[in-house]
Write a protein that binds this ligand. Structure first.
Ligand code: NAP
Length: 241
């Protein structure tokens, strides 16, 4: 996203801890946002405790709204996830955090766009890295409609340059194919040359039923964008034995 923005001539300030800005603490944020026109929030966290997700995403969204208003930012664009608001209650801690982020973003004074994306093609690999132990991955039995992260970056960049009528805009984006997550996990492991046993698990409760029924796939009216999972996989792992 940063590369794309710079290539089209925009001046970009990166707000990340690796660049000296902690969006939870908010230190250095006012100075960093001075003169900024648009903020794009693509922060994320892998937390140890479930409650840390709401704390993290809520704090980042509130801090960006408060500092954005002081700096005269025209719009905040927040990357979120398709279908997470319909799952109910504390179904999944990460999604609860994202719901808190959406709510805090839209509660602030600066106009917003929320871009809700389906899981990225690389999500299967992230799941392996986060959850697999001793060559075994418990993998939820669920359909997905993953999207190429490059298409999401393109859309964020397009949104950053667009004009909107309303102050609260929401857009959904998804990839072209409906597939099973376990299948993507197996193909990712194979492309990586990684030995992995995939253990199908049922997500519990009402939220699990909704996810199995396709709640995380493209809703009607979603923008369908980017290449297929196999095209991405071939590109991502080109040259891997
Ligand atoms: N992965 C998916 O399949 C998927 C699908 C749909 C939507 N999304 C959304 O896409 C976004 C990015 O996800 P990702 O998986 O690509 O995340 P990621 O690679 O883990 O990137 C997270 C970013 O957040 C920054 N960050 C973390 N804590 C910070 C802090 N306290 N202050 C400032 N910056 C901080 C990190 O930079 P530093 O470490 O340098 O701080 C990093 O640049 C998330 O909002 C996620 O919900 C992801």
């Amino acid at each position: 996203m940063v590369e794309r923005l710079r290539a089209r001539g925009d001046e970009v300030v990166v707000l990340a801890r690796s660049e000296g800005v902690d969006l939870v603490a908010g230190n250095g944020l006012d100075a960093a946002l001075a003169g900024c026109d648009v903020v794009i929030d693509v922060t994320s966290v892998v937390a140890k405790k479930p409650e840390e997700y709401v704390a993290f995403f809520g704090a980042v969204a509130r801090n960006l709204q408060a500092a954005g208003a002081v700096a005269g930012v025209r719009r905040i664009i927040t990357l979120s996830i398709v279908g997470i608001d319909g799952l109910g209650g504390a179904a999944f801690a990460h999604y609860e955090g994202k719901n808190a982020q959406e709510a805090a973003t839209e509660a602030g004074p600066v106009p917003t766009v929320i871009l809700r994306a389906t899981q990225f093609h690389g999500f299967a690999g992230q799941l392996i890295d986060w959850v697999a132990k001793a060559g075994v991955l418990p993998c939820p039995k669920q359909p997905v409609q993953t999207v190429d992260v490059d298409a999401v970056a393109d859309e964020l960049v397009a949104l950053a340059g667009a004009e909107f009528e309303g102050d609260r805009v929401r857009v959904d984006i998804a990839g072209p194919e409906k597939q099973l997550l376990a299948d993507l996990v197996r193909r990712t492991a194979q492309a990586r040359g990684q030995k992995l046993r995939v253990l199908p698990v049922w997500l519990p409760g009402e939220a699990g039923r909704k996810v199995r029924g396709g709640a995380l796939q493209a809703p009607p009216g979603a923008l369908i964008a980017g290449g297929t999972f196999d095209e991405w996989l071939a590109r991502e792992y080109a040259g891997t034995d």
